[in-house]
Ligand binder design. Structure first.
Ligand code: 1CP
Length: 352
């Protein structure tokens, strides 16, 4: 069943912005919009038991993808899965500790990296989720697929869990650069297949999350963030030239501009630490941007959000802009604040 499908044609506003359009009101979606701040997600998650069980139950994962669309009418739907499905498909053990987050068997000095070979069937359930969402989605909504970028994936694969300074992966990158490069190459190969599979089954644009790119020194950033993302974008463009790629190098700071130009992404996600006026000046003219409300401002709500929205929209008024947070929505975000944000963005009209 389609959610409020229009009688004629489709107006995919978000996809239009990724292709360079500048509508009077920007399209809106929120990173991590399917998740723990929604009571209907928490309920379904409790029924399923584990997080991986939820990802591998395609009917349930499709339902979770659609939950925030029903409630808020976002312009984009993001596939419900996780960036760590790629290491899992590469053969690394993966489990989620209740209340703590992901755990993987860490990569140690003696780990044989050549044993990390993808088992492609581990992506099949995700592709099935894509097909189910595609069949049910309002045709005005743009369907986004995603993957983690190689550096961010490697931080989890090497440490075996999330970490504060990503020290284990940074040590390996300096200490064993050839071995680390082999790991990055293997992640690139798996990621290109995974995103191609999402595109083949129905997503209309993809986002590369480099959530931990901010922990790298400049030369390391070029080698482990810019170069791997560039290779993924080039491979995707060869196979699917019309599918836009959004790159999100969180924490890139002043390196955002080099990332935007050198990776070949179609659009960049801007995190909340970046001044949107600076970003507008530093990025190529006409390049679409996505962002960058502070997720903590959304928890506070009220005037703080309205002022931030005004400033972000004014800064990006002269370029294609997708309104989003600067990082994922946090579990304690009040639903009413998300509703208020959407109505504020949408009632503002053209602010240029
Ligand atoms: O307990 C639960 O219900 C699990 C919480 C959860 C959810 C809802 C995890 C575990 N993953 C997800 C879904 C998810 N993860 C999505 C799809 C839903 C959506 O966006 O609406 C996406 C795009 C991700 C991406 C993801 N996973 C990133 C990149 C984005 C970001 O926020 O920086 C990262 C770093 C992860 C790893 C991960 N998975 C889950 C957790 C708790 C974490 C973070 C661990 C850490 O902080 O290191």
């Amino acid at each position: 069943m389609s959610l409020n499908a229009p009688a004629h044609g489709a107006d995919k506003k978000l996809l239009g912005v990724l292709r360079g359009e500048r509508p009077a009101v920007p399209p809106v979606w929120l990173m991590r919009q399917a998740g723990r701040y929604l009571p209907e997600y928490r309920e379904l998650r409790a029924d399923k038991g584990g997080f991986l069980e939820l990802v591998y139950d395609s009917a349930a994962a499709a339902e979770v993808t659609l939950q925030p669309l029903r409630r808020f009418g976002f312009d984009g739907a993001i596939l419900f899965s996780d960036i760590l499905i790629v290491p899992y498909a590469m053969g690394q053990s993966l489990w989620f500790e209740a209340g703590e987050g992901p755990r993987l068997a860490p990569i140690l000095a003696e780990t044989d990296l050549s044993a990390l070979t993808p088992e492609w069937s581990r992506f099949d359930a995700v592709y099935d989720t894509v097909r189910r969402v595609k069949a049910a989605l309002n045709p005005n909504v743009t369907f986004l697929g995603f993957a983690g970028s190689p550096w961010t994936i490697a931080t989890y694969m090497v440490a075996g869990q999330g970490s504060k300074d990503h020290g284990a992966a940074r040590r390996m990158a300096y200490g064993e650069p050839d071995r680390f490069a082999a790991l990055i190459d293997a992640i690139i190969a798996a990621t290109v297949e995974y995103l191609s599979g999402q595109i083949a089954t129905g997503v209309e644009a993809v986002q590369l999350f480099d959530s931990w790119s901010g922990s790298l020194a400049p030369i390391q950033f070029e080698r482990w963030v810019i170069d791997p993302n560039r290779r993924i974008v080039a491979a995707l463009k060869e196979r699917h030239p019309d599918i836009p790629v959004i790159g999100f190098p969180k924490g890139a700071g002043a390196k955002l501009a080099d990332y935007a130009v050198q990776t070949g992404v179609d659009a960049v996600g801007v995190d909340e630490t970046i001044d949107p006026h600076w970003a507008h000046g530093a990025l190529p003219a006409g390049m679409p941007v996505q962002g960058n409300l502070d997720p903590l401002a959304l928890i506070a709500g009220g005037r703080a959000v309205e002022e931030a929205v005004d400033a972000i929209r004014a800064a990006f008024a002269d370029r294609p802009h997708i309104f989003n947070l600067g990082h994922g929505i946090l579990p304690d975000t009040p639903i009413a604040h998300v509703e208020a944000l959407l109505s504020y963005v949408r009632q503002q009209g053209d602010c240029s």
